[in-house]
Design a protein around this ligand. Structure first.
Ligand SMILES: Cc1cc2nc3c(=O)[nH]c(=O)nc-3n(C[C@H](O)[C@H](O)[C@H](O)COP(=O)(O)OP(=O)(O)OC[C@H]3O[C@@H](n4cnc5c(N)ncnc54)[C@H](O)[C@@H]3O)c2cc1C
Length: 203
């Protein structure tokens, strides 16, 4: 009898573990994966080229849905786990789908930090973490002209660039004096800003 391994979170870190396990101990586990997103495992780092229209969803897939069946893995895509029954050794999804485990691996990533200000829940205020967020930004870019990006770090600037490529007039609001202050010194941050301003981005 194989042990039952259940993984919650169908993202990049968790799937790397599964691939390693298949390499070193292919017969050890019967594997079931729950992912809140309705996709296979995709390369989250490539969301910005997706937003900019330089890649498609298919281009950024690392393990498409068929891959799981081909490797004998049960994937529940689009099912968010809302309860862990530790006594019964079972996980339960929002729609009632459940699975028993001998080993449980939680690889649920993180949520974007949303600044706690009035209006943060208004329609049109989005975070940037997954394909759903990119789709909402693409949708907004078809209906609206102006975008404000809060945060001049890597993701903020990537989002701003993508929105600009979608034809939006983009302003970036950043807390610090210069952009990418964790990666660049002042001079380099100013040079980056100047170069982005020349392409039409506002700060
Ligand atoms: C736009 C963007 C660009 C990035 N660029 C870089 C980069 O250039 N370099 C770099 O090193 N990193 C980059 N990152 C960060 C990198 O993508 C993350 O560090 C990495 O994806 C983390 O992997 P993870 O598996 O821990 O989490 P994730 O990839 O977030 O996967 C976690 C998964 O778990 C699912 N989940 C959460 N809760 C539940 C639940 N209750 N039930 C079921 N499923 C659940 C989530 O929906 C998600 O699909 C970027 C991130 C973004 C958003």
């Amino acid at each position: 009898m194989k042990e039952k391994l259940v993984m919650v979170g169908n993202g990049m870190a968790g799937m790397k573990v599964i691939e390693e396990l298949l390499d070193i101990a292919p017969e050890k586990y019967e594997i079931t994966i729950f992912g809140a997103e309705p996709y296979g495992n995709y390369n989250r780092i490539m969301l910005s080229p997706l937003l900019a229209g330089e890649k498609t969803v298919d281009d950024i897939m690392l393990n498409p849905i068929e891959w799981y069946a081909e490797h004998g893995i049960t994937l529940h895509a689009g099912k968010q786990i809302v309860e862990i029954d530790r006594v019964g050794r079972r996980v339960i999804a929002a729609d009632g789908t459940n699975a028993k485990y001998d080993r449980l691996l939680l690889a649920t990533g993180s949520d974007p930090f949303i600044i706690p200000v009035p209006g943060k829940d208004l329609p049109g205020v989005l975070s940037y973490r997954d394909i759903h967020d990119v789709n909402r930004m693409l949708e907004a870019s078809k209906q609206h002209k102006k975008a404000v990006v809060i945060g001049g770090g890597l993701l903020g600037l990537e989002a701003a660039y993508g929105l600009m490529k979608q034809g939006m007039d983009v302003s970036v609001v950043h807390l610090m004096d210069t952009l990418l202050e964790r990666q660049l010194d002042k001079t380099a941050g100013q040079m980056l800003q100047q170069s982005l301003e020349e392409r039409g981005m506002r700060f």
